[in-house]
Design a protein around this ligand. Structure first.
Ligand code: UDP
Ligand code: MG
Length: 186
């Protein structure tokens, strides 16, 4: 199993750019946030806890998110995955590496100014319970406090590729593409 990771704050464009990357390079896209949102609507016991956690902008317990990711990996015939928006904390990272038994080959970090992230989230109109100014402010705090240690960890390992997420979708993707030169276009 080979994995790549895409990190960035709320509204930095992870979902949009990951969709383009998987199309170009043949990975399977696993968005941790999407998997959690799907779980809310599946009537599972954990759904209510996940909804409350997302509404508060907090991080769902690692074992829950990792088992959703693991289930997708096991159900897939692909062996290359692009994981979007996870790990969000050192606890997430350790649980992932322990349970999945693999380290990512490369970590893309979409760097975006906070004002721009807030603007994009408030404009995206996807009906998400966490796309309101109160929750966004909490999510930005959680991102700065808990996700940066993960980003720094991968940076120290030489795996981090930092890209400015400012610009049009195409402009940003053109900056991302060369980072994937080791992977064949499909
Ligand atoms: N979330 C989480 N763990 C994850 C991914 C997401 O707890 O590994 C929760 C968290 O509350 C986060 C929300 O889901 O604020 C939305 O995450 P998503 O990645 O969809 O949002 P984005 O950052 O793309 O706007
Ligand atoms: Mg997303």
């Amino acid at each position: 199993m080979r994995s790549l990771i895409c990190l960035g704050g709320p509204g930095s464009g992870k979902g949009t750019q990951c969709a383009k990357i998987v199309e170009a390079f043949g990975f399977t896209h696993l968005s941790a946030g999407e998997l959690l949102r799907r779980e809310i609507y599946s009537n599972s016991k954990k759904g209510e806890m996940i909804r409350d956690t997302i509404k508060e902008g907090k991080i769902v317990p690692s074992d829950v998110t990792v088992s959703l990711i693991k289930r997708e990996i096991q159900a897939s015939e692909n062996d290359k995955f692009l994981i979007d928006g996870f790990p969000r904390s050192e606890d997430n990272r350790v649980a992932f590496e322990h349970i999945i038994g693999a380290e990512p080959e490369l970590v893309l970090f979409l760097e975006c100014p906070e004002e721009e992230m807030i603007r994009r989230v408030l404009n995206r109109n996807q009906g998400r319970i966490d796309d309101n100014i109160e929750t966004i402010e909490k999510r930005l705090k959680v991102f700065n406090k808990l996700n940066f240690p993960v980003i720094n960890y991968y940076d120290a390992k030489g795996k981090l590729r930092k890209i400015s997420a400012v610009g049009t979708i195409e402009e940003v993707f053109e900056k991302i593409k060369p980072q994937f030169s080791a992977y064949k276009e499909t």
